[in-house]
Design a protein around this ligand. Structure first.
Ligand SMILES: [Zn+2]
Length: 228
């Protein structure tokens, strides 16, 4: 991966539907999402133990979709942005703590910062490593198809978040679906995708899970609209 070699990070849900990134510092570790649950629970837990050791692990949620929160129940508490509380799907048997813009987590040698990135959901956030010029972006950046669900998504917020990402001074986005590492410049394409979607210029194809439509740009990125 084209990410700084001095940062220790691992995908605990390697091979699964949604990534679960563990970033390990000298004193502590931070876990970004817990995946879709299609990775064996014992394997997930043993990977966590293997890479984090005895360091305390803070669990942060990029957004509250079920394919990112499957193993939250293994943790006593988790952080998320309060704006996603409204889209909570099912029960997550742990205590929720609110995230706020600019909140930081010092792992020892690695400092991570919360960046609000609404659009995919109202409470979508990124986890930024400013010094090492990368950001975990959940489902906001994707080389493939981004789910945009009515009642949760906002295309104008989405485009504004892309603009925000482009101004952060990072090189790469660490994504949960499709390509793991996507250069931040892809955010320009995603801004164009919003404009093209609104103008009816993306190519409409069959949806997923038996409904909706997928709207795709020439590079293969685009949106899934369940209700379209
Ligand atoms: Zn999502």
């Amino acid at each position: 991966m084209a990410l700084p070699a001095n940062v220790s990070f691992y995908n605990l849900a390697e091979g699964g539907m949604s990534a679960s990134y563990l970033i390990v510092g000298d004193k502590a570790a931070l876990l970004v999402d817990t995946g879709a649950g299609d990775i064996d629970e014992a394997a997930f837990s043993s990977s966590l133990k293997k890479y984090a050791g005895d360091k305390p692990v803070t669990l942060v949620t990029t957004h509250l979709h079920q394919d990112h929160t499957a193993y939250h129940r293994l943790f006593p508490e988790y952080y998320m942005h309060p704006a996603d509380h409204a889209i909570l799907q099912g029960e997550i048997a742990s205590v929720y703590k609110p995230l706020s813009e600019g909140q930081s987590f010092d792992l020892g040698g690695v400092v991570l910062e919360i960046v609000g990135l609404p659009g995919h959901t109202p409470g979508s956030i990124g986890v930024l490593d400013r010094a090492n010029r990368y950001i975990c972006t959940g489902d906001m950046v994707c080389s493939g198809t981004i789910f945009m669900v009515d009642g949760q998504c906002n295309f104008d917020d989405f485009a504004a978040s892309m603009d925000k990402l482009l101004k952060l001074g990072v090189d790469n986005c660490l994504c949960c679906h499709a390509d793991s590492v996507v250069p931040v410049v892809h955010c320009k394409q995603q801004i164009q995708n919003v404009a093209d979607y609104k103008a009816g210029k993306l190519t409409e194809g069959p949806g997923m899970f038996g409904g909706g439509s997928v709207f795709t740009a020439a590079d293969g990125s685009g949106f899934f609209r369940p209700g379209a």
